[in-house]
Design a protein around this ligand. Structure first.
Ligand code: GUN
Length: 283
């Protein structure tokens, strides 16, 4: 059995960041430089790592970024006021509230408060509605990054069977909309799906976004399929591991993303791209 080609997310993301850097370097002197504010509530260690990576990537691309750490016991009103101030600040182009939030806070209430034109996560109902109705504005970073990776394989999505495993607001649902817009026939599976094996085995393109280490085995993959692994799971050993069992899956797939170095770097590159879009106000 031949082995799959690796989709080098790391390299594709680096190219994208370099082109963003070029555009920022040519930014008109009379306009405020693109600026992103990331709000982290509490100190979840995984979130701290993700936010640090986002801020570092901004810095390298010439985008101004701020990491605002708010206490875990911040009230909802406190956060709403904070978001309102950022909405009104014309120097700020992108606002991101890192998830998950402490239990006493409602993510949807806070996301709804963000000016949709500054919602670089693409989570606001105005932005999800725009994506749903085929007029995308700011699109969620991870699924947008997956579409760029798929383009790089040269695989023709028109008429292809695409199966998305995991139906979250952050990945699965917007991913399904993007694949549909690209002409794929889309199946969106969730935790209650019967005979997940059978669905996966039909997939020409399989997107795994379930959050369970090694959940998708080679036996579930159609020979020659393109396999995209959105999972980032930390094993007890400290090693990062995707939702796909890479060892067995890479024997069946034609293309596959590694973890780390696949989808993760693309999420960050698309965040920079969305911040630039928001600063240009060209959606
Ligand atoms: N937590 C995990 N992924 C994401 C994301 O894409 N955006 C935000 N805001 N929080 C996350």
């Amino acid at each position: 059995m031949t082995h799959a080609s690796i989709i080098t997310g790391q390299a594709i993301a680096a190219e994208l960041r370099a082109s963003i850097r070029q555009e920022v370097d040519r930014w008109p002197a009379d306009l405020p430089r693109p600026r992103l504010v990331v709000i982290q509530v509490g100190d979840d260690p995984a979130s701290s790592v993700y936010v640090k990576n986002k801020v570092k990537a901004c810095e390298e691309a010439g985008i101004i970024s701020e990491h605002r750490r708010l206490p875990a016991d911040s009230t909802e009103q406190n956060l709403v006021d904070h978001i309102d101030r950022l909405n009104q600040d014309s120097q700020v182009h992108g606002i991101l509230v890192q998830l998950p939030l402490p239990k006493h806070l409602s993510a949807s209430k806070l996301i709804d408060r963000i000016d949709p034109n500054k919602d670089v996560d693409g989570f606001h109902p105005i932005n999800s509605g725009a994506l749903f109705s085929g007029q995308p504005r700011l699109v969620p970073c991870t699924p947008a990054g997956v579409m760029v990776l798929l383009e790089h394989t040269g695989f023709n999505l028109r008429g292809a069977e695409a199966v998305v495993v995991g139906a979250s607001n952050i990945v699965g649902k917007p991913q399904a909309m993007l694949l549909l817009a690209a002409g794929a026939t889309v199946t969106l599976c969730n935790s209650k799906t019967k005979d997940l094996h059978a669905h996966c085995q039909r997939a020409d393109v399989l997107i795994a976004a379930v959050g369970r280490a090694g959940f998708i085995k080679g036996s579930m993959i159609k020979p020659g399929a393109v396999v995209i692994d959105v999972g980032i799971n930390r094993l007890d050993s400290g090693r990062l591991c995707g939702d796909v069992d890479f060892e067995s899956a890479s024997k069946k797939a034609s293309w596959i993303t590694p973890v780390p170095g696949g989808v993760g770097p693309m999420t960050i590159a698309m965040l920079l791209s969305n911040t630039l879009k928001a600063a240009r106000r060209t959606f």
